[in-house]
Design a protein around this ligand. Structure first.
Ligand SMILES: C[S@@+](CC[C@H](N)C(=O)[O-])C[C@H]1O[C@@H](n2cnc3c(N)ncnc32)[C@H](O)[C@@H]1O
Length: 246
């Protein structure tokens, strides 16, 4: 997968590209990250790419021409995404859809955003991290690249762990434990050290369904539970209510 990123803060993305699993995915040629500094396409002597907003008011706006030239510098653009609080909110389903696209170009806004004509002419889609405003599109773009790269074959050694992650199957992940076995009397559930794989699977599924029921009950409306899963959830709820009354 190729990710082209148009930004006025290339150093944010180059640091991101040089750490941990993204760095490994690049070195294994699973993904490629191509950073385009919009300032290099400014025709201004001071490399300015923003100007005052027409109509007056506070804040600056990224200009159309440097963004257009930066886009034109790419051999291929693929699917063009503008990171924006006004876009469709990012979901795991969207991550899955994006992971099947070969080349994605991200445009990161700053200040008040970009000239409306950029959105009208150069963008395929606007994506938002959520209903709040941050200072730039770079963090949103990095979130998408991390989420999509995890789903790209070859990036993560144990793909099974990705399939068990929250949202991938419509519900949340089960709890995880690691050493030590006992923390001030709070012990790791016995079944996890039993070596009985079927019981461990059953426990994990029950806890995942239970965690979803407690933390994000609305998700359960959109998943079709098997008879076995339905039984596990009912068991979980009954035990939870029993414990509440103790
Ligand atoms: C301060 S924001 C501009 C907000 C814009 N004036 C508005 O209210 O719609 C600057 C840039 O941050 C990015 N940004 C801010 N919030 C975002 C969000 N929730 N999701 C994705 N990108 C966001 C966008 O690229 C945006 O152009």
């Amino acid at each position: 997968m190729i990710f082209n990123i148009l930004t006025i803060f290339p150093e944010l993305i180059s640091t991101f590209s040089d750490v941990g699993f993204i760095k490994r995915a690049i070195s294994k040629n699973v993904i490629d990250i191509n950073i385009v500094n919009i300032r290099e396409y400014s025709d201004n002597i001071h490399n300015r790419v923003d100007d005052k907003t027409y109509g007056g008011g506070p804040g600056m706006v990224l200009q159309y021409l440097p963004i257009k030239s930066a886009m034109d510098s790419l051999q291929k653009k693929g699917h063009v995404i503008y990171l924006s609080p006004q876009g469709k909110i990012l979901t795991q389903e969207k991550m899955n859809t994006l992971s099947s696209i070969e080349e994605i170009t991200f445009l990161c806004g700053r200040y008040e955003g970009v000239d409306q004509r950029v959105l009208d002419e150069l963008i395929d889609e606007e994506i938002s991290l959520g209903d709040y405003v941050i200072s730039g599109g770079e963090t949103a773009c990095m979130a998408i690249i991390e989420g999509v790269t995890r789903l790209t074959p070859g990036a993560i050694d144990d793909i099974e762990s990705v399939n068990q992650d929250s949202f991938q199957n419509g519900i949340l992940d089960h709890p995880h434990y690691t050493r030590p076995d006992d923390i001030g009397g709070r012990k790791v559930p016995e079944v996890l050290s039993s070596g009985d794989h079927a019981s461990i699977e059953r426990w994990r599924k029950k806890q995942a369904l239970g965690a979803t029921w407690i933390k994000r009950p609305e998700l359960l409306k959109n998943v079709k539970l098997s008879k076995e899963d339905d039984k596990l959830l009912k068991e979980y709820i009954a035990e939870f209510k029993d414990n509440e009354h103790k």
